[in-house]
Design a protein around this ligand. Structure first.
Ligand SMILES: [Zn+2]
Length: 392
């Protein structure tokens, strides 16, 4: 049995967080970290030693070792202020203790999952601009909102200035939705189902077998049209109605979607109840049926576990991560719950790990600020709050 000295850790963390919060201030729209003496160095050492083996600051080099007894810090003279882009490490590399890929593919779902949950109407212009900004920040996959009964879907999709190399998959629920999407020029789609019978009935008004049959009908049209299909499995470890969902049930559904021809399967912890303790065994089970390079992880931060889950799942070989700018999106099944893991926080984590994303963090922060201001919602990205990027 593994145990930890929780009291000691909690006391240390509180001290770290208080100190970091008090040293983060916003200056000229960028974030700066004040360097005020040795206590600051100790805190930064504790926080960042878990992320990078080496962090280079403009004023001097700080080296971290994952072995606390060997940890040393040396700071030479330099400016009093350090930019956050320097903090996350120009020379950071994958820590020796982590088995990590050198790069990951991020799939931005904010424009879809996120805005879907907003009760206020989001103007077409704002949606289009958000998608453009996300593509501009380097997101390789930006999923536009697509709900067939909504009047401005067509307008959004038609007005997109498609950036070469960026995919804009639209979520379609049935054959009719597929046909409408195609008429608007959609060339990549996403479909969704779940392993939980009750969730399926409440969400799509049919049982899992019927849902899979509907998907099969969409798939046969899509594959005939040369349209790529991404599959989503929701409630992979837990369901708001049934509770625990077994890894074998989720794996079975994931395998079906893969066998039908989905090029990628996104495993969604829709209610965010998973921890590395449940997600890693789940992914390991799914890997027995679907090649790991075809798997994506889709975490909600409902219980604050999303980043830990992503880091753990990456170590099983998953290299595709769904995320949402500003953490947009809620969870209608848990009171006061936060939504998807925020893209900004995922990009920051990857930068600290030295894992390439191709995403420009400042531009992404601006996109987050843009959408949060426009929908009057506070960003749930910690990075956006810490850097003062989300002013709403
Ligand atoms: Zn989601």
């Amino acid at each position: 049995m593994v145990s930890a000295t929780l009291l000691g850790q909690a006391a240390r963390s509180c001290c770290v967080m208080d100190s970091l919060v008090s040293t983060f201030t916003s200056k000229q729209g960028r974030a700066w970290l004040s360097r005020s003496g040795q206590s600051w160095m100790r805190n930064v050492d504790m926080v960042f030693s878990t992320l990078s083996s080496s962090v280079n600051f403009s004023g001097g080099k700080v080296s971290f070792s994952s072995d606390a007894s060997k940890r040393r810090t040396e700071v030479s003279s330099g400016p009093d202020w350090l930019s956050i882009t320097e903090v996350i490490g120009k020379e950071s590399s994958s820590g020796a203790d982590f088995k990590l890929p050198s790069e990951v593919k991020l799939v931005e779902v904010g424009a879809r999952d996120g805005l879907q949950n907003e009760s206020t109407f989001v103007p077409t212009d704002v949606k289009v601009e958000l998608i453009h900004r996300l593509a501009d920040a380097g997101m390789p996959f930006v999923s536009p909102k697509w709900v067939p009964q909504m009047a401005d879907n067509e307008a959004v999709v038609k007005r997109l200035k498609r950036k070469p190399g960026v995919s804009y998959p639209a979520l379609v629920p049935n054959v009719q939705g597929y046909k409408q999407a195609r008429e608007c020029g959609v060339d990549e789609i996403a479909i969704f189902t779940t392993a939980s019978e009750t969730f399926c009935k409440k969400n799509t008004n049919c049982d899992v077998a019927t849902s899979l049959k509907r998907i099969e009908d969409i798939m046969s049209l899509a594959l005939g049209d040369g349209v790529k299909v991404r599959g989503y499995v929701s409630c992979i470890v837990g369901c708001p109605y049934e509770g625990f969902v077994s890894p074998s049930a989720t794996a079975k559904v994931a395998k079906k979607l893969y066998d039908m021809g989905c090029y990628e399967i996104s495993l969604g912890d829709t209610i965010g109840v998973g921890t590395p303790g449940s997600l890693v065994p789940l992914v390991n089970e799914v890997k027995l049926h679907v090649p790991v390079e075809k798997l994506a992880i889709h975490c909600h931060d409902t219980y604050g576990q999303a980043l830990a889950n992503i880091l753990a799942v990456m170590q099983t070989g998953v290299q595709i991560i769904d995320c949402s700018v500003g953490g947009l999106g809620g969870c209608p099944y848990a009171n006061g719950a936060s939504g998807n893991v925020s893209s900004e926080d995922v990009v920051y984590l990857m930068a600290g790990l030295g894992v390439k994303t191709g995403v420009d963090l400042p531009k992404l922060l601006e996109a987050g600020d843009f959408i949060c201001k426009n929908i009057g919602r506070k960003s749930s990205s910690k990075v956006a709050s810490a850097t003062g990027a989300c002013s709403s």
